[in-house]
Design a protein around this ligand. Sequence first.
Ligand SMILES: C[S@@+](CC[C@H](N)C(=O)[O-])C[C@H]1O[C@@H](n2cnc3c(N)ncnc32)[C@H](O)[C@@H]1O
Length: 337
Amino acid sequence: MEMSSDSRVPAESSREPAGSGPVVREGDMVILFGEDGRRIAARAGEGRKGTHFGEVDMATVVGVLYGRAIETNLGRPVYVLPMTLQDHIQALKRRTQIIYPKDLGTILVKLGIGNGSRVLECGTGSGALTTALAWMVGPAGRVYTYEREAAFSERAAYNLRRSRLIDRVELKIRDLETAGVDECDVDAVFLDVREPPAILEVVTRALVPGGVLGVLVPTANQVSQVIEALQGAPYVDVEVLETFERKYKVNAQRLRPEDRMIGHTGYLLFARRVIPAENFRPVLRHRANQVAKALARLRRQQAVPGVGSRTGAATGVPPVESPVSLEHEDDPDPSRQ
Ligand SMILES: C[S@@+](CC[C@H](N)C(=O)[O-])C[C@H]1O[C@@H](n2cnc3c(N)ncnc32)[C@H](O)[C@@H]1O
């Protein structure tokens, strides 16, 4: 079976005239889009697929222009569309809770994933995020994904093979609470595991300084635990957020929101890995500047006769304390002032 090197771009074939757009090739996963708005994922060239409007012989889809309608056995039209990333996520065979597309978009942007990125994922699950990461890193990138349950990892591998993204992914079966990771200097890390604080140290060692850490947890108390863990680790720019998506009934005359929406999926945390600034004390320097300015102001006032006498009793101006201590409460070495 001939395969496209980039699953996003359906390749050319000889059945339709050249220049009119990409055509379906044997083995492509496609969307059959019916008049009722339902989308059905199916593989071109493989058997028959049932829709609400009759069956489609998938052999007849091969060589057809993407976007064209074909006829079911009942003579009804069904559009043949290329799979988007969202279609791939929705078509996953699931064995675990997955990350929803509404959160995936934010995760990809916040982690800064792009062509050639190297990403570490902890908690492969069914492979929804793995699919999104593999889609974004392109053929030059790499996704390293760890999962402790072999059956989940195998299901994720099956899903990645179906979407033809498996070549960009290394799936590893390992419990990260008891073993480390093989990679170092990855551009980004994402944790979707039950106990993120338990593996924070391991993944921090693998993340390049300046890289982004992302975490998804379902409950607010887990958010607090992750924040506490980050406070003792080399991270800055900690962010906590949730995403909401509200769909609308598509009716130009009576446009209004859908009655239902997904209320809660999870909380997202992001932070930037840094090299700890052990000898750098900007707070102290800032305070020293403030004190110096205050002293200069008071000296100017004292230079004016009758203002700011050292007793303060006559003028109401408080006496100037001297010498002024610049020692920081936490400073272990006052001799370095
Ligand atoms: C909610 S699922 C991940 C779903 C995945 N993000 C997706 O979008 O399909 C969490 C997964 O993390 C795995 N896991 C939890 N703790 C782990 C650990 N310490 N090491 C490796 N995998 C772990 C679980 O077995 C489970 O499959």
